[in-house]
Design a protein around this ligand. Structure first.
Ligand code: PMP
Length: 396
C-alpha cells in the first residue's frame, strides 16, 4: 500500500479537507513531494515556519541539544539551560511587566493555562471572549470559541462565558467586576484578519483596569514577526496582563508559553497547589530550537523587511479581476474574492500549480497568504505569477 493509502486508512483527522500531499523534504519556502514536485508554502504550516523550513541554525541547535539531553523531569522541576536562556531572551524583548514565562506545548495549552491563571489570580470565574475568535481545541479553549454552533457537540463547556462583539466599544461595558479575564487576539486571524480600532483596544485596556479583569492577548498566530512587529500588540501599544504564544515560537518544534508578571504567575503556587502541570511543556529540544529561532529573527533583522514584502505581494496581485480587496498587515494577507466557491477554486488550481494556501475558519470569501518571513523578492514574484495563473484558470 502507498503511504497515501495508509494515511487515509490509519491516520485520523478532523475533516476531509486534508489534501493528503506527501512531502519528503522541505527547505526555505519550498516543500518537495517524493516524485520531486515542488510546492511553494504560502501558509507556513499556519504561521509556524516564519524562518522557512529547516533553518540551518535551528537545525544545528536541535542536534546539539539532542546530544546533551532530551527530557529530564516534569517541566519546572529541574533547571534546564535552554529554558532559562529562552525565558530571558523573551522577557528582554517584552514590556517590563511581562517578566515571567510559563512554558507549555501548544497554543491551546497556553490559552488554557492563561485562563486558569486569571481565575486563580482574581478568584473570579467569568471569562469574556469575542465573536469569531479561535483560541484552540481543548475544552477551555473551545469554551471561548467565537461560534456558538461549532461548540454545540461539546457542551456543556465552561460556565460563566460571555461572548461580545469584536471592535465594538459599547460591548466592552459587559466586562464587569465579576470578570476574571478577557481573551482575544489583538488582530483577529481566523475571522479573516480583522484589525480593530486603536480606540477599541485603548478602551478595552481601560475597562480591564477599572474592573480588575486580566487582559489576555493570544498571539499564537500573530506573534514572532508575522505582522511586521515582533508582537502584534506593539502596533497599538496596548500591553496585556497575560500574553500567550506558540506556533512560530518553536521555529518548527512544538512549544507554547503564557507570559505574565511574576506576582500574577506566583498565584499558581498558593494553596491548594495544583497550578498547571505539564510533563513536556518547555521541552529542552523545543526550547533550544525556539532560542535559536528568536536569535535569528532578531539578529538577522528579518522583521524589518516584512511590511515591504507584504506590500510587494499586494502590488503584484491587486489588478487581478477576481480580487475584491485585501486585509493585511506585514506578511499576513487576507485576499477577498467574491464567494467561497471562487476561493475554493483558486486554492484548487493553486495547489495543482504547486502553491499551498489556506482558507479562514470564519471567513469563507477569502484565502490567506502567510508565507515564511524569509521569502525573497524573487520568490514572491514566482509565487504571484503562479497565483495569477491559478486565478486565471477559475471559470465560475
Ligand atoms: N490561538 C490561535 C489564535 C490560533 O490560531 C491557534 C491555532 N490555529 C491556537 C490558539 C491553538 O494553537 P494549537 O493548535 O497549537 O493548540
Amino acid at each position: 500500500m502507498s503511504n497515501r493509502q495508509l494515511f487515509l486508512q490509519h491516520v485520523a483527522t478532523t475533516s476531509d479537507y486534508p489534501i493528503s500531499l506527501e512531502i519528503e523534504r522541505a527547505e526555505g519556502i519550498y516543500m518537495y513531494s517524493p516524485e520531486g514536485k515542488k510546492y511553494i508554502d504560502l501558509v507556513s504550516g499556519v504561521s509556524v515556519s516564519n524562518l522557512g523550513h529547516g533553518h540551518p541554525r535551528v537545525r544545528q541547535a536541535v542536534k546539539d541539544q539532542v546530544d546533551k539531553y532530551m527530557h529530564l523531569m516534569v517541566y519546572g522541576e529541574f533547571i534546564e539551560t535552554p529554558q532559562v536562556k529562552l525565558a530571558k531572551l523573551l522577557v528582554d524583548n517584552l514590556p517590563d511587566k511581562l517578566n515571567s514565562v510559563y512554558f507549555v506545548n501548544s497554543g491551546s495549552e497556553a490559552n488554557e493555562g492563561a485562563i486558569k491563571l486569571a481565575k486563580r489570580y482574581t478568584g473570579r470565574s467569568e471569562i469574556v471572549h469575542f465573536k469569531n475568535a479561535y483560541h484552540g481545541s481543548t475544552h477551555g479553549a473551545l469554551s471561548v470559541l467565537g461560534d456558538e454552533e461549532m461548540k454545540n457537540a461539546y457542551r456543556p463547556l465552561l460556565p460563566d462565558i460571555r461572548q461580545i462583539e469584536f471592535d465594538n466599544i459599547e460591548d466592552l461595558q459587559k466586562i464587569t467586576h465579576k470578570t476574571a479575564c478577557v481573551i482575544l487576539e489583538p488582530i483577529q486571524s481566523e475571522a479573516g484578519f480583522i484589525i480593530p480600532s486603536q480606540e477599541f483596544l485603548d478602551t478595552l485596556r481601560k475597562r480591564c483596569d477599572e474592573t480588575g479583569a486580566l487582559l489576555i492577548f493570544d498571539e499564537v498566530q500573530m506573534g514572532f514577526g508575522r505582522t511586521g512587529k515582533l508582537f502584534a500588540f506593539e502596533h497599538f501599544n496596548v500591553i496585556p496582563d497575560i500574553l500567550t504564544l506558540a506556533k512560530a515560537m518553536g521555529a518548527g518544534m512544538p512549544i507554547g508559553a503564557f507570559i505574565s508578571e511574576k506576582g500574577i504567575l506566583d498565584s499558581f503556587k498558593s494553596n491548594p497547589m495544583l497550578g498547571h502541570i505539564t510533563t513536556f511543556g518547555g521541552h529542552p529540544v523545543s526550547c533550544a530550537a525556539a532560542l535559536a529561532g528568536l536569535e535569528v529573527l532578531l539578529e538577522d533583522k528579518i522583521i524589518d523587511d516584512v511590511n515591504r514584502k507584504g506590500e510587494l505581494f499586494i502590488s503584484l496581485l491587486k489588478d487581478h479581476p477576481l480580487i475584491k480587496g485585501f486585509r493585511n498587515k506585514g506578511l499576513f494577507i487576507a485576499v477577498n474574492v467574491e464567494s467561497q466557491e471562487i476561493m475554493l477554486e483558486v486554492m484548487k488550481h493553486a495547489y495543482e500549480l504547486g502553491i499551498v494556501m489556506d482558507p479562514f475558519l470564519f471567513y469563507p470569501g477569502a484565502f490567506r497568504i502567510a508565507p515564511p518571513l524569509v521569502i525573497t523578492d524573487e520568490e514572491i514574484h514566482e509565487a504571484c505569477a503562479l497565483l495569477i495563473q491559478a486565478m486565471d484558470a477559475v471559470n465560475i
